[in-house]
Design a protein around this ligand. Structure first.
Ligand code: MG
Ligand code: MG
Length: 249
């Protein structure tokens, strides 16, 4: 079932999403060579406590941390570790969500560690822009695959590929609600988009093939060909005047 959010409910989601954006911004500012992924997770957890929000991912299907940190060929769901130290040239996907008064927010971005090579920067830039292209489709009257079509069409023009195994999602009282929001698909197909829907749109883009596999830890997804991967995500409401990005400060 797809839930449509009232204006009152949207206001609550604006609050939780603003906290997500603020903490994610802080985390991005902490990324530098030498820091461990566990350091980032500790900061995220501490800030959740200080701001009176509950981490959305910790304990979700048993995920052991507050933050997902995915380095280089890792696509999503990397587990923070005191043994993973960031190095100059790495690219780091930070994926973070909270609940506040029972309402979820979810956002992700990929950031650079020090100076990265131009190919890595290009992948990040294209993935960020593909999210914007997807968000631009969030108007009543469009259909859910219009979002994925816009993402895929943009990304593939650069020779990159979009991940199929993981998709965006509705969000609200639950982290993952219907509908699924794939980052690919045929234009004009799928369920109609309606005012009041809130969607977490999250392109995962690989420099090489779209195929991924999950490592032995049961969580970390990596590109099968070990090419670089980038990930951006916003929680977006469909309003009468079009898309509203909720995960902004
Ligand atoms: Mg996320
Ligand atoms: Mg998500």
């Amino acid at each position: 079932m797809i839930t449509l959010k009232s204006e009152r409910e949207l206001n609550l989601m604006r609050k939780s999403c603003r906290v997500v954006a603020q903490i994610l911004e802080e985390l991005a500012g902490l990324v530098k060579p030498g820091i461990t992924t566990a350091d980032l997770d500790r900061h995220a957890e501490l800030r959740c406590q200080e701001m009176g929000v509950v981490p959305a991912f910790k304990g979700y299907h048993g995920f052991p941390a507050t933050l997902c940190v995915s380095i280089n060929e890792e696509v999503v769901h990397g587990i923070p570790s005191p043994h993973r130290r960031l190095k100059e040239g790495d690219i780091i996907g930070l994926d973070f969500g909270v609940t506040l008064e029972g309402w979820y927010g979810d956002s992700a971005r990929t950031v650079t560690v020090g100076k990265v090579n131009p190919a890595a920067q290009k992948l990040i830039d294209v993935t960020r822009e593909s999210l914007i292209r997807g968000i631009e489709q969030c108007h009543e009257g469009n259909r859910v695959f219009d979002i994925g079509f816009a993402v895929q069409n943009y990304v593939e023009a650069f020779g990159y590929s979009v991940v199929r195994e993981f998709v965006g999602h509705g969000i609200g009282r639950a982290l993952h609600e219907e509908p699924q929001v794939p980052n690919y698909g045929p234009k004009g197909k799928g369920i109609p988009l309606k005012v009041g829907m809130v969607l977490a749109i999250e392109p995962m883009v690989n420099a090489g093939s779209h195929e991924v596999k999950v490592l032995g830890d049961g969580w970390t997804a990596v590109t099968l060909d070990r090419s670089l991967s980038a990930h951006f995500e916003h929680t977006v409401a469909i309003t009468p005047s079009g898309p509203e990005i909720l995960t902004v400060t």
